[in-house]
Design a protein around this ligand. Structure first.
Ligand code: ADP
Ligand code: ZN
Length: 616
């Protein structure tokens, strides 16, 4: 729904270099066609319009400003919040033969001098800088007389205090229109909620900008959410399906990160930890290993992730429930940027829901924000407990309609039963009520299932009418009943009372049988032999192509090591899959593989052809 720009914003045609965006896409990137709304954005910016681009991760936002930068005269300024992000983008562009540089505080004086020189020579097409630097006087003098072709503001949601990535220095970007009058600006982000969008437009003064938004669905990601039963076994079963792949395992605490990484290594899965409690050198070296190696599992807290652009992250696992649907979607969204099949797997249970609640309640946010955080957690819990399509529920949370039956989530692949849990819910609520709302689920379940524990006897809860009334269901089922009551807002966990379950006003309606509660029936975890062999990214490949893919992957790693690049900067997995399935015979056939622009064809084409000839 682009809003039309006022005419004054468009540059006269004489100032536009005659470079066709489609031609640049093929020649530089080796891609035959634009995706989704990329071309609209590119043409709009090439013409000199402002834009706000809201595409999900992996949709290809970089091209939206890089191609206009190559088509327009002058130097493009790209504002990026993290030095690691800049470094990767610059390296990837250089691998394509594009003159790009970054200026940041991590550079030595020598590097700074030579970068200034390159800038002075007018050779550079893209310059990456941090938001704090771009607004300084010094910056103007660094770029000197050069004409600025456009300004791209990446990760633009950082201007909004509403989101979780707020960076105050982004606020300073409000002065860009005065500093660079008439220069087209585009803001890009993968965060789409209404609040953030309004903040970006307002704070960055993009009132003339066209807004380009696409569906936030990530069809190549499969979603699986499971109750935590045998956490170690469940995680291992999931990871065994991903042997040889790179992925991230998120844990709630630093301690759990360390323990999980150790456990995985013991089990023969190469894993490295990452959390804010580690020394910076170790953190950086683990992050670099993750970017540069293949088949590595990074076990991390949420401290890891932003600015990690690795396109072939094949899985993201959560050992605990994240804090909100937003966080879950952002974290799982780090899988499958390259568009190939990838998996998201989450385990959750009452314990981590309770811990999350405690983190919110004990945090120092104002009450109003705490209320929002609680409701965001509940919204995620409701998605965990749904018997319907996960994708549809996730997108629904962001206001996007999806018909359901996606076929690529656990509930669609294997529909879950629901059962009439009204009677059970009444027993569960009664147990909390009759024990004066002073106990957590563990004790309540002992009471319900008639387990005469010391505590039960001490409080004489074995004399209550509800004692043993729920023997017909397993303790696991009762856990599930409490979780679903929590997600529906009939009960809450009171942290001031040490995690006691208390009733919400709505519980009265359940007692009175005004409501029928249909609950999801938990599915017990089982390790299937067939599942062990399946790997989503390579499912589509026959065994021969799979082997070819692995051989090409080895070659890619050797080349990357020698060049000091991350493997994906040589070629991404999608390019290797295309090579392994079409088997190009000569350079002209090689040129038609997506991902081989002029420079990469020249640099690596022969080597890969040779490798293919060796195989066939
Ligand atoms: P985003 O920033 O939106 O997360 P990127 O710009 O990193 O996404 O792009 C994700 C991946 O998609 C990259 O590997 C990129 O090369 C690839 N890509 C982008 N546009 C196209 C296209 N038109 N055709 C093929 N691949 C593309
Ligand atoms: Zn589904």
């Amino acid at each position: 729904m682009p809003v039309s720009n006022s005419l004054k914003d468009f540059k006269s045609p004489a100032t536009i270099r005659e470079r066709d965006p489609r031609h640049v896409l093929q020649e530089v990137y080796g891609y035959p066609a634009f995706r989704g709304r990329q071309e609209e954005v590119v043409r709009h910016v090439v013409r000199g319009g402002d834009a706000l681009v809201l595409f999900p991760t992996g949709a290809g936002k970089s091209i939206c400003y890089q191609i206009p930068a190559l088509c327009r005269d002058g130097l493009a300024i790209v504002i990026s919040p993290l030095i690691s992000l800049m470094r990767d983008q610059v390296a990837a562009l250089r691998a394509l033969g594009v003159d790009a540089v970054a200026i940041n505080s991590a550079m030595t004086p020598d590097e700074m001098r030579s970068t200034r020189q390159d800038l002075g020579n007018g050779k550079i097409k893209l310059l990456y800088v941090t938001p704090e630097r771009v607004v300084t006087e010094g910056f103007r003098s660094t770029i000197g007389w050069q004409k600025v072709s456009l300004i791209a503001i990446d990760e633009a949601h950082c201007v909004s205090s509403w989101g979780h990535d707020f960076r105050p220095e982004y606020r300073g970007l409000a002065s860009l229109p005065e500093m660079f009058p008439g220069v087209p600006r585009l803001a890009l982000t993968a965060t789409a909620d209404e609040h953030t969008r309004e903040d970006i437009l307002r704070v960055l003064r993009l009132d003339q900008a066209s807004v380009f938004i696409t569906s936030f669905d990530r069809p190549n990601i499969s979603y699986t959410i499971a109750e935590r039963e045998k956490p170690k076994q469940q995680l291992l079963d999931f990871l065994k399906r991903h042997e040889g792949d790179s992925g991230i395992v998120y844990c709630l605490s630093r301690r759990k990160v360390d323990e999980t990484a150790e456990m995985l290594n013991d089990e023969g899965i190469r894993a490295l930890p990452y959390h804010a409690g580690m020394a910076p050198e170790e953190k950086n070296s683990n992050q670099d290993a993750f970017l540069n190696e293949e088949g590595l599992c990074l076990v991390a807290t949420v401290a890891f992730g932003m600015g990690v652009d690795k396109p072939n992250v094949r899985y993201v696992a959560h050992t605990d429930i994240p804090g909100s649907v937003e966080a879950y979607y952002q974290e799982t969204g780090r899988a499958g940027r390259d568009g190939l099949p990838s998996a998201a797997f989450m385990m959750y249970g009452m314990a981590d829901v309770v811990q999350r609640r405690r983190m919110i309640d004990e945090g120092n946010s104002p009450d109003e924000i705490k209320r929002v955080e609680r409701s965001k957690l509940n919204a995620l819990l409701a998605i965990c407990e749904t018997a319907g399509c996960r994708r549809s529920a996730l997108l629904g949370h962001f206001g996007e309609k999806h018909p359901g039956k996606c076929g690529n989530c656990d509930t669609c692949r294997e529909p879950v039963d629901s059962w009439n849990a009204t009677d059970a819910a009444i027993v569960a609520l009664a147990a909390a009520y009759r024990t004066s709302e002073r106990f957590g689920t563990g004790h309540l379940i002992d009471v319900i299932t008639g387990k005469p524990s010391d505590r039960v006897k001490r409080f004489r809860h074995d004399e209550l009418k509800v004692f043993g009334q729920g023997r017909g269901h397993s303790p696991g089922t009762w856990q599930s009943v409490f979780r679903q009551l929590l997600s529906l807002g009939y009960i809450y966990v009171d942290h001031d009372a040490f995690g006691a379950i208390k009733l919400e006003a709505d519980a009265a309606a359940v007692f009175k049988r005004d409501r029928t509660l249909m609950f999801r029936r938990d599915r017990p975890h089982r390790t299937s032999k067939a599942a062990r062999l399946r790997n989503p990214a390579r499912d589509g490949l026959d065994p021969a192509a799979h082997e070819t893919f692995e051989r090409l992957r080895k070659l890619r790693l050797e080349i990357a090591r020698e060049a000091g690049l991350a493997p994906y900067m040589v070629f991404n997995d999608a390019t290797l899959v295309a090579m392994a399935t079409t088997i190009p015979r000569d350079m002209s056939e090689m040129a038609s593989i997506p991902g081989l622009g002029t420079v990469k064809l020249q640099k690596y084409g022969e080597q890969f052809l040779e490798a293919l000839r060796d195989i066939f």
